[in-house]
Design a protein around this ligand. Structure first.
Ligand code: LR7
Ligand code: MN
Length: 589
């Protein structure tokens, strides 16, 4: 009977496809239909889920037993439509204890059904696009995990199943990076066999880290496109079509969804800020910053258009499989976690590709405050080594700058052999980092040949301008501009860049800022995210040693109510010692 039904469905698909004039794609679904588990040529043992589901399935036939496993019994209304979950006070202690396991609220997550509903978060204009999606290339979805919770992992899988056109999913590949939880062994294998899509599980018996784990998944993938997801995501309706559409048009673009926030405490789905792109600070930490002006303009013209991003977050992206391998996939000597997203981003941009974010594609991700798992070998052998490798291969002149201000990567630098990656860079004839900064991220705040870089010293107080340390919601340190005792050349918080167009910037895209006179005039000077507005424009008079605020035509001064005051203000220029500043250049490479 199953056989006959399959044939009927196949015939139906063939008919409906040929009506639209498309080739039928049933070959790949049939290929391994009756094959069971196997060991692939690299000795990876593969557990194969059922293949019938790709031919369509009836959601109403899925019993609760299929959706849930063992004693996992969610409340059908919890977290509905992306709403926050409320935990009753009697569960508070349990909640706090279980929080430690994954660094998110496991009690809340386990209450939410694996197939919870989510609203359509897309802009209206997105919903009428991508009608020709059956023409797009099919994708393998690759999800790597280490000790992930059952409910978050399977909710990721279900969100893919329920909210992707089945014509576009070749398979879902789960790569288990040496997890130690029993429920991720046999119970997971049994569970995936009941899923209505092709699901493979491959396992590494030793901890190899997310970079190598993704490579294992990619090596096995059959889809023309690879789509990577973290193991605690929720895809929303229409997330996949915009990604594959971009690759359909251009194989050399790596495309990321807009990443929304699943609250680590309540599991509420929260739309994240728009008009942001990914970049990095002087420590090579990934950061979201306000879009460049040209990108904002482009977005205003067409709000559905993917826009470019200097760097991708790393976990959620789609890439043409051939392009992925031609471009050198990943640096296999990067261990466990971190840095691979920068490495890939620089490589893609510098070697002829693009990285974009699609505003029409929205995927939620659980952002955690700290990592739940250990880093075997310690941070020195993992994150810091990975970052040292990024710098050694891709930063050119700026590598010295990075190592100057980052001691831990500096200490492991000599241990790195990056010959193979440098050969790749040569083979792909990649452009240099100066090109990248100038063309991909002209808004950057790194020192360059034609910018001042160093300390800004007040001659009245003999103290230096300082980066504030209070952080705002985007993790950017903002606040009143202050001076403090001048410190050595390797003290990053006193280093500033002054651009030729008059912006005084420091790490984390911060700019010296004073309100314009025509708004409610306030003499305070602050350090705020760079918007490159006129209120952030300054002029340095070499001769008078004054720093003048251009739109107010006033001088940068020290507030002198008390002897100990170190706050900066704007004042009429009067030639006083407290208005005299020295721009002290510091070598950066
Ligand atoms: O040893 C490991 N083995 C693994 O399989 C360590 C991790 N992992 C898995 C893990 O289970 C998870 O599924 O790898 C995935 C990513 O690990 P996370 O969730 O701990 O990382 P993250 O979300 O904190 O970090 C971001 O940066 C990483 C740098 O290496 C990766 O690129 C992550 O994929 C990336 N996540 C995102 O981009 C999601 C959006 C976050 C933002 C901004
Ligand atoms: Mn993650």
């Amino acid at each position: 009977l199953v056989f006959i039904t399959t044939i009927v469905i196949l015939l139906f698909l063939r008919v409906s496809y040929s009506k639209k004039g498309y080739e039928t794609n049933s070959k790949s679904s049939l290929r391994k239909k009756f094959k069971s588990d196997y060991v692939d040529k690299n000795g990876i043992s593969v557990i194969v889920g059922h293949y019938v589901g790709n031919l369509g399935y009836d959601k109403s036939k899925l019993s609760n037993d299929t959706l849930n496993f063992n004693n996992f019994s969610p409340d059908p209304n919890a977290g509905k439509n992306g709403q926050p979950v409320v935990i009753p006070p009697k569960d508070f202690i349990k909640m706090q204890q279980l929080y430690q396991i994954n660094q998110f609220n496991l009690v809340a997550s386990d209450k939410i059904p694996l197939n919870r509903s989510l609203p359509d978060y897309r802009r209206k204009m997105c919903t009428s696009l991508f009608k020709d999606y059956v023409e797009y290339p099919k994708t393998s979805i690759i999800i790597v995990f280490h000790n992930e919770a059952w409910s978050t992992l399977l909710r990721t899988v279900w969100s893919v199943i329920n909210r992707s056109p089945k014509e576009l999913i070749e398979e879902i590949i789960l790569v288990d990076d040496a997890s130690e939880r029993d429920f991720l062994k046999k119970p997971l294998e049994d569970y995936i066999r009941s899923l209505p899509v092709n699901v493979l599980i491959i396992r590494s018996s030793v901890r190899i880290g997310l970079i190598k784990a993704r490579l294992k998944g990619a090596a096995l993938a059959k889809g023309e496109v690879l789509t990577f997801l973290d193991a605690h995501c929720e895809c929303t309706i229409g997330w996949l079509e915009p990604l594959l559409s971009v690759i359909n048009n251009d194989k050399r673009t790596v495309i990321c969804p807009t990443i929304d926030i699943i609250n680590d405490d309540t599991f509420a789905y929260v739309k994240s800020f728009e008009l942001h792109w990914g970049a990095f600070n002087w420590n090579l930490q990934f950061r979201w910053y306000t879009l460049g002006e040209s990108e904002i303009k482009l977005r205003k013209r067409n709000i559905t258009q993917p826009f470019h991003s200097p760097v991708m977050a790393g976990g959620l992206f789609a890439i043409d499989k051939r392009f992925f391998f031609e471009m050198g996939s990943y640096d296999e000597d990067m261990l466990i976690w971190g840095g691979e997203n920068l490495e890939m981003s620089f490589r893609i941009w510098q070697c002829g590709g693009k990285i974009k974010i699609s505003p029409c594609s929205r995927v939620g991700h659980i952002f955690r405050k700290s990592s739940p798992y250990g880093f075997p070998g310690g941070l020195d052998r993992t994150l810091f080594s990975n970052l040292a490798r990024v710098a050694l291969v891709w930063l050119d002149d700026w590598a010295a700058f990075f190592f100057k201000f980052n001691e831990q990567p500096r200490l492991v630098k000599s241990r790195q052999n990056v010959t193979r990656r440098l050969e790749l860079k040569k083979k792909l004839r990649c452009k240099n980092f100066a090109w990248y900064l100038e063309n991909v991220w002209p808004q950057h705040f790194f020192p360059t040949e034609d910018r001042f870089f160093g300390r800004i010293r007040n001659l009245g107080k003999n103290m230096c301008l300082l980066k504030p340390d209070r952080k705002n919601l985007s993790n950017q340190p903002v606040g009143t501009a202050r001076i403090n005792v001048c410190l050595g050349d390797a003290v990053e918080i006193q280093m500033f860049v002054m651009t030729n167009d008059g912006f005084i910037m420091t790490d984390d895209s911060l700019c010296l800022d004073a309100q314009n006179r025509n708004t409610t005039y306030h003499s305070g000077v602050r350090i705020l995210p760079c918007y490159k507005f006129p209120r952030q424009k300054w002029e340095y008079d070499q001769k008078k040693q004054e720093i003048r605020h251009v739109s107010n035509n006033k001088c940068l001064d020290v507030k002198r109510k008390t002897n100990t005051a170190t706050e900066l203000v704007l004042a009429e220029c009067n030639g006083s010692r407290y208005q005299k500043w020295k721009l002290e250049s510091v070598p950066w490479r």
